[in-house]
Design a protein around this ligand. Sequence first.
Ligand SMILES: *[C@@H]1O[C@H](CO)[C@@H](O)[C@H](O)[C@H]1NC(C)=O
Length: 523
Amino acid sequence: MGVTSTLLPLTRPLGSLQVLSMYNSMDMINTSAVLSSIALVFIAAVITKVAWGRITARPASRNTTPHPPAISGSSIIPLLHTLLTKGLRAMLQEQYTKFGSVFTISFFGMKTTFLVGPEVSAHFYQGPESEISHGNILEFTVPMFGKDVAYGVDIVIRTEQNRFYVDALKPAKLRCHVAPMLQEVEKYFAKWGQQGLVDLKQELEQLFMLISARCLLGKEVREKMFDEVCSAFHELTENSLQLTSLLFPYAPTPMTRRRDRARARLSSIFAEIVRSRKSSNRVEEDVLQNLMDSKYRDGRSTTEAEVTGLIMAILFAGKHTSTTTSTWTGARLLSHTECLEAALEEQQQIIKKHGDNIDYDTLLEMSFLHCCIKEVMRMHPPASIFLRKVHKNFTVQTREGYEYEVPRGHTIASPLVINHNIPHIYKDPDVYNPHRFSHGREEDRVGGKFTYNAFSGGRHACPGEAYAYMQVKVIWSHLLRNFELKLVSSFPETDWLKVAPEPRGKVEVSYKRRMLPRSMLKN
Ligand SMILES: *[C@@H]1O[C@H](CO)[C@@H](O)[C@H](O)[C@H]1NC(C)=O
């Protein structure tokens, strides 16, 4: 077997740097796939004794804009070493320090140009689909959610479907989710004892599925089919995100068969619910209903298959991201006393004003808690990197005034792990400090558009941002008000190998019930 045939399929894994990116919303990568595929290419190269390609970038001719500095040939080896020993962030940080905000990593003809910081990111996030797109990187989502949604349909339909999400998750609609969310949260924590020890990560994961079932999927699932839907959904994602399924989504492996079975099961469950609601003229206040009621511009209604695909995709996009963000919020708050106290103080002020009642507007008043969550997503972004494919040459100018042309054919990458830690934008980036986002300071605003990318941006801005904040705030305001919490395990390390880089291992937290409102009123 020649080198070419060994390496051919491997152009996909590198493309799969953004494996998980789906829809405009959740635009994330599976780092494990990246690391394993890079390792695989590396091993393949060593075994086949490939002379490492001396594909150094040709110097651009005098009159044209130069290409970005490129790392290629044998200089790739130390970079791979850093990647495999210290991780993606350290590797990119090294290159950024060395080459500045624009550089290309050239790897067996696959050229990925990294664009670091707001000055060079506008085109990445705003460029039209004909010039910048996800390419075929997201093809693995087609067997997950079906041919009727997302990357199974053309850009025109996809844009309309994104509008359905935007409409379903706009503030006017979000208001009606607060009460059911609160009920789920109260019911869940009512099961905790007077005091005890829990793995916060596991608890929040369960709670998120319950909230999602109620607010997104609807009460039929929440009340009657919760376990079945959870397990089918788990089967669907687990089997879709394995390296082999990502690389060969249609190969007849046991994994793709399990994935297809899970999707078929979910499809029939949701089709049944949609049918039953329609035939009995029952209307609910969940996102499933919003998707059922959505209409294309030509007046056509969404089909059962589309509703099913759209609802599975939104669950997929929201689940890991929200769970990890709320777990990190706990880990951070509980290890920064001063922040924890400020967050408690804010809750007390709000209770003084509104009593125990929490509604949409009270949640909006929790601005410090909001900053705490935002700061968590700066340091622990739900995705490490976003990727696109370049279809038309474009030019970027760096902060220092250098101009580079990024040619078509390159993959471009916006590395959040570096963007969110640029010292001239974020003061002391390694320090958890929610105040950096508070009124009057707002480091991300000062830094300009595309400084903060946790929810992507521009054309691909996540439509679930407000929903996500609302959900995490409902949970954390409840926890702060009702429990005295302590982080028992040490501050978690990041598991970069997970879909949304999550805290590694258990996040053990001890709790003791308290009544914040009462103790406050006594003072
Ligand atoms: C785009 O860039 C490539 C590589 O530098 C170059 O060969 C090509 O002529 C450029 N195309 C246009 C339209 O400028």
